[in-house]
Design a protein around this ligand. Structure first.
Ligand code: SF4
Length: 298
């Protein structure tokens, strides 16, 4: 019998972990692990629509930011291991609820396995790939024709916060190459007559307190590369979580003044498709319960 071993090099961490034996930096082995699968209503309007986005939260993470609001699943790796067949049943269950899309949240460390599942599954609704953007472009090529919508959150422009908060030197260069590959595959966001996204890229950035220059640098580069019609989302939802509660200046929420400075500067760049968040979005009530809803169904 042929034994296939995954020696994992699929993301920029390049761990070379034998994930059938022990996990690498992302913290999970070669089986899918999922913490929650349920309709979610707090993405941007073209993603959540009225029926919700069918989020599937994968456990583990290859970036593991110190401020992660989902830290019990990202670095804690809480979740349930599921087989490819069970993952397809989880997808079916979400589709039956009438959601607008299947929203795969933090799936980067499962790309080869996911590409096999998506080839077999033939999703009847758009597939969304929701990522921290710490991706190898060559790995993303495995998803060509299988993912309809990319939601890359570009987290940092400078190396200093990338190293301090995510131990990821060279983050921006890597992430931007990944976003270029996403654009090559699906182009700019296309929204149908009902205001629901069908295909394309929507670029996010969550503004961190004390780090507002990152947003302006990131979106200036986005403008140069993708033009003023690129869809962007300037997120205000930051709340200090995990280790960040003891790490000034990210030990506090973003101030209204900081968010205004960022949004004024980015509007002055001339973007035509910009999503903003209200101050109320910076609240723990928007953090989902990771209680295996939609996963513990077998
Ligand atoms: S996916 Fe995980 S194991 Fe593979 S290289 Fe990245 S962090 Fe390491």
């Amino acid at each position: 019998m042929q034994v296939i071993i995954l020696i994992c090099n699929i993301c920029p961490r390049n761990c070379r972990a034998e994930r059938n034996i022990s996990p690498g930096f992302c913290g999970v082995g070669e089986s899918f692990r999922v913490a929650r699968a349920a309709p979610h209503f707090w993405e941007e309007p073209p993603i959540s629509g009225v029926n919700g986005s069918g989020t599937v939260f994968f456990s583990g993470c290859n970036l593991r930011c110190v401020f992660c609001q989902n830290h019990n699943i990202s670095s804690g790796c809480f979740g349930k291991d599921v087989t490819p067949a069970q993952l397809m049943k989880i997808f079916d269950n979400l589709v039956s609820k009438g959601v607008h899309n299947l929203n795969l949240v933090t799936p980067s460390h499962f790309v080869p396995m996911l590409s096999k599942v998506l080839k077999e599954y033939h999703s009847p609704i758009p597939v969304v790939y929701n990522t921290s953007s710490y991706e190898k472009a060559e790995t993303l090529r495995m998803l060509e024709g299988l993912v309809d919508i990319y939601l890359p959150d570009i987290k940092y422009f400078d190396d200093s916060p990338a190293v301090k908060y995510s131990s990821a030197p060279g983050y921006f260069k890597i992430a931007f190459e990944a976003v270029k590959e996403m654009y090559r595959q699906v182009g700019n966001l296309c929204v149908n007559g009902e205001g629901i996204a069908e295909r394309g890229v929507l670029i996010r950035h969550m503004v961190l307190p004390g780090n507002i220059s990152q947003a302006v640098s990131i979106f200036s580069r986005v403008l140069d590369e993708f033009g003023s019609d690129a869809y962007i989302s300037i997120m205000r939802q930051y709340i200090p979580c995990g280790a960040a509660v003891k790490m000034p200046p990210i030990d506090r929420p973003l101030s209204s003044r900081e968010y205004k400075i960022v949004t004024d500067k980015i509007f002055s760049l001339g973007f035509n498709n910009v999503f903003l968040q209200s101050k109320a979005s910076s609240s723990e009530i928007f953090i989902p319960d990771f209680d295996l809803e939609g996963v513990d169904i077998f």
